[in-house]
Ligand binder design. Sequence first.
Ligand code: SF4
Length: 354
Amino acid sequence: MSIEPPEGLAKYPFLPEAREYLSAYGFTLDQFSDPAYKPILERAVARVTRAIEGGEAAEPWEIEDKVAELASFPLAVVLVASTGDRFLARRFALAEAVVAQRLLNSEDEGFVLDVARRVFGMDVEREERTVGGIQYRFSMGLADYLRSASKFNDPTWKLVNRVVDRGRVLVEARELVRLLRDRIEERVLRLVEEAGRERPNLPQPLLQEVERIKSMIPRREVEEASIKATARPEAWPPCMKEIYGRLVGGESVSHFANFAIASFLLNTGVRPEEVVSIYSQRSDFNERIARYQVEHIAGMRGSRTRYTPPSCEKMRTNGLCIENGRLCGPVKNPLQYYRRKLRELKKKEGGEGD
Ligand code: SF4
């Protein structure tokens, strides 16, 4: 590995060598009460602020003090963990990974390959070939590629659209860096979770920073109470309950699943702003984009057509039907299930009131 500390480590503080290098300094959390360490604390807080404000749009910055840059990373991890906020943890991991992705795109390919193989154990090899005008630089083992790329919505990642040769998938340099970004994000999130489990005792100046950070986290309540009042979730079909649960848990789902839940809820009378609130738990939440998409589905923009949810058949094709419809009886559309169930519920409630 050719990175010379501390420049490379300051840029990629999640690397195992960074931890080793820092341990030589023997920093302790109590030291951050000392004004001499203020630049490190300030940089750590700036890292967290960059994540809150930028999320997926976070940009690399000028590195002035390499040691402060490097040491600010584990300190920022501790600060994020101490807020106990899952959304912030995911957003911080996303921002750190996106910044690393931007920096890695300008690195030597040998360095990128080394990080992929040695640090993240990815099954990647050099393979310089041009096919159909595309310059491929690496190949990935099929299993590793599928594990990495299956969550992407863009059709270019689908296996049917890839060049596969003797069980290996050819990838471009930028694509490998994009796949690495997800591994980095996973690693940073794991570091935050570990720091959260350790629950270190923070000195007063750090506790103050944690409180300040908490006040910066945007309010992003899912408007569950009003959604429940309008839409009666107990009448939702299992497919919609599943997508909803994943979204409010902060998970990403496919474009198709996003469309399905949004169109379903809008057709049950849930207001667009309430639908937007469901996406607010995602670490890459961008309210402007989410609002635009939901309003489009609601028929408030463009063609002014309000979309209906996909049929059960389409849901099945997209792997979103639960247990192949066994729990639903003969329905053609999730909305049909909902209306039927709602009638049953109302009848029961009317009966109970007699
Ligand atoms: S049968 Fe239809 S409503 Fe039921 S889970 Fe499948 S897609 Fe959803």
